[in-house]
Write a protein that binds this ligand. Sequence first.
Ligand code: DAH
Length: 340
Amino acid sequence: MKEQIAAIRTEAAGFDISTADALEQYRLRFLSKKGLVSELFEAFRSVSGEDKKLYGKEINLLKQEVEGRWTAQKEVLESGPAAIDNSFDATRPPQPLGLGSRHPLSLVRQEIIRFFEAQGFNISEGHEVVDDWHNFGALNFDEDHPARDMQDTFFVQTDPDILLRTHTSTVQVKEMQLGNLPIRTISPGRVYRNETVSARSHMQFHQVEGLYIAENVSFADLKQTLYLFATEFFGRDLKVRFRASYFPFTEPSAEMDVSCFICNQAGCSVCKQTGWVEILGCGMVDPQVLENCGIDSKRYSGYAFGMGIERMTMLKYQMKDIRLFFENDLRFLRQFSSEL
Ligand code: DAH
């Protein structure tokens, strides 16, 4: 009996079960009613008292082993072709990777940067978290100026002297304090305002600030540079106009309009039937601001301007809702170029 058990064990372990057919042969040979294991149980009946204990255990163990091998392989075969998929071909060329597209704000920011770089401007950046003096004080915002109000500015709760910058004009202050004159710099960046989010306004957006300070800089220099910029950005046969305005840090101050490039001044919803579209604020840097930042206002003068990147992008692509910029909806983003 001992030899018989050993022989079945060896045969079962070496039996080919790689296919479903072979596995069925295995079952018939060892596990069916007339199979070798059943035969063994038959023979076991006639084993005498002493040996019964010993062999009973052995035969049960063998049965478990033979059955175990069958069940395991059955599972493998039944779990489908994926589990034993050897069709993977490492030499096959891969699926081409789809190129993403540039965010429209990146495209427009880059276009603005490119223009001003060609005019000799460098790029400067500042912090998004600044103190009151850099965002307001140095730029002549009075203590009770409404822009400091909780309505407009995000202050740090534990220290109301620290805030999220509300405009990139704060980079002007930093650059003037550094004092590497002449200064000819543009500062693109993100700004924050405590505004209700709607189609027209957002609590975060982007601006580009421009600053030129040297000897004998005049309003004519400002007009020339911005005129060139606007015609480059929106189209060559554009008209521009400068409207007198007010900013605490420039004197005189102006807002620049371009003739409506949508309706050619016939009147439409973009220009609100006026024929003109406002694109930026600008002016001559107030001598007091120069002095606040340690620059001799008798020797130096300068101009500054600031524009919203979202606004420029919405005008350029005729978009009506600012929220689209921050929703990351691929159906929107895919419409833009992948190149900067
Ligand atoms: N800082 C202004 C704003 O956020 C924009 C601006 C206006 C910037 C006139 C300037 C400027 O540099 O001269 O509304």
